[in-house]
Design a protein around this ligand. Structure first.
Ligand SMILES: Cc1cc2nc3c(=O)[nH]c(=O)nc-3n(C[C@H](O)[C@H](O)[C@H](O)COP(=O)(O)OP(=O)(O)OC[C@H]3O[C@@H](n4cnc5c(N)ncnc54)[C@H](O)[C@@H]3O)c2cc1C
Length: 390
């Protein structure tokens, strides 16, 4: 069997794999790069099953910087991804994110807001009166206020994925429909990958962009990642009373979140501690009827009347060490790069991560230093904390 050779092989062609391929081709034209994706329909990829939200409101400084870059990229995305006069459409809607704050969370919310404002971000403190005035359907009783990011918003995740993918292909990257079964190595150096078909592909660098499947494939090279697939569910609701305009992505301190979807439906979700670990996409409406609806109706009494239209389940790649990205070359295996463990906020991180990984592989200076997310912390068991101090 003949063995193909590339400079870089990327395992997984979701948003991380496709963005990395694009930035690699932009950074090093002529590079031989292949993205190996087992499901080109992307029906199980977290990218296409997400809420597609981008927000500036993070408590960890580096995550704020990553989002600042995402905003910049998304604003110009359609133009940047143009191919032969054709532009993708990504329906980028900056309708805001509203984080409701109760007394317990007040100090940490104020600290985060101050840090974001010091970094030049648009974030405002809203009193309960202002919330009521702007969103009369909401019942802010029991809350001390909210932080509002007017530039936060959502976009068409599939559109962004296809934009990166098509542009990377137009610049010379190859997308291969296959499943990687093993990462191959000799001693402490990567040699490439083996496919389920038995075919071997050799490469100087291999990037693990396998999303919720990343730990299984890393293990074939003897690398243990603290990343687990965890099922999360989203519900689409048709409410009897329609809001006057779009509702921002609204987060309650309990973890319940919802926003208006294009077309007037409401999308809603909540991560629960009992969410099952494992690769499963089954979906149950019981959770909505029994747990989430009463909570929603308390905050938005008019949503007492609604129809559950549909729903779906997707996977978070949960980093059990500190719920943050794991980025960079694995210290014990030369040539193995990781872009893993995004734990529910990876979509908006793809532009910064893809560019950073491309710069690492091609040994270019970094436009944004993301070494704080380096994988050394896994080996040393040093979780990142809110201030970015280990
Ligand atoms: C319900 C939900 C809501 C979310 N909401 C948001 C949000 O609002 N904002 C945000 O920023 N993020 C959000 N996220 C998180 C975000 O979707 C992910 O962090 C991001 O999409 C991860 O991208 P990825 O490319 O790493 O993974 P994926 O999109 O899952 O791509 C990985 C790809 O690798 C392929 N693959 C895996 N193993 C192999 C193999 N062995 N061989 C070949 N191919 C392989 C898979 O088929 C898959 O296509 C949400 C996630 C979920 C589930």
């Amino acid at each position: 069997m003949n063995c193909k050779t590339y400079d870089v092989v990327i395992i997984g062609g979701g948003i991380m794999g496709s963005a990395t391929a694009y930035y690699l081709m932009r950074t090093a034209p002529g590079l031989r790069a292949a993205v190996i994706e087992m499901d080109p329909s992307y029906s199980r990829s977290s990218t296409t099953l997400s809420m597609a939200n981008a927000r500036i409101q993070f408590s960890f400084r580096s995550n704020v910087q990553i989002s600042q870059y995402a905003f910049e990229v998304l604003e110009n995305f359609e133009q940047e991804m143009e191919i032969d006069g054709n532009r993708p459409s990504i329906a980028y809607r900056r309708e805001g994110n509203l984080f409701m704050v109760n007394e317990d969370g007040r100090m940490s919310s104020e600290n985060s807001m101050k840090m974001q404002q010091d970094m030049g971000c648009d974030v405002e403190w809203w009193t309960p009166e202002r919330i009521r005035e702007r969103f009369p359907l909401y019942n802010p009783e029991g809350y001390v206020g909210a932080t509002f990011g007017p530039k936060d918003g959502h976009f068409d995740a599939y559109g962004v994925l296809m934009g990166y993918r098509a542009k990377a292909i137009s610049m010379g990257a190859e997308f291969v429909h296959a499943e990687v079964s093993e990462i191959t190595k000799t001693g402490k150096r990567i040699t490439g990958v083996r496919l389920k078909t038995g075919e071997s592909i050799s490469a100087g660098s291999v990037v693990n962009c396998a999303g919720a499947w990343c730990s299984g494939i890393a293990r074939t090279a003897g690398v243990n990642l603290p990343v687990q697939p965890v099922k999360r569910q989203i519900f689409a609701l048709d409410t009897k009373v329609k809001p006057d305009g779009p509702l921002p992505l609204t987060y309650l301190p309990s973890g319940l979140y919802f926003r208006t979807e294009t077309g007037g439906l409401i999308l809603l979700g909540k991560s629960l501690p009992e969410d099952p670990v494992g690769i499963s996409f089954s979906w149950e409406d019981k959770r909505f009827y029994e747990l989430l609806w009463p909570e929603l109706a308390e905050f938005v009494p008019e949503f007492e009347s609604l129809k559950l239209v549909r729903g779906w389940a997707g996977l978070y790649a949960m980093n059990t060490l500190d719920e943050n990205a794991i980025l960079g070359e694995w210290p014990e295996l030369e040539g193995l790069f990781l872009a893993n463990g995004f734990s529910g906020h990876g979509l908006q991180q793809a532009p910064a991560v893809g560019r950073y990984i491309a710069e690492l592989i091609t040994k270019q200076a970094h436009a944004m230093d993301l070494s704080i997310f380096g994988p050394e912390r896994i080996l040393e068991n040093r979780p990142l904390n809110e201030n970015g101090i280990y």
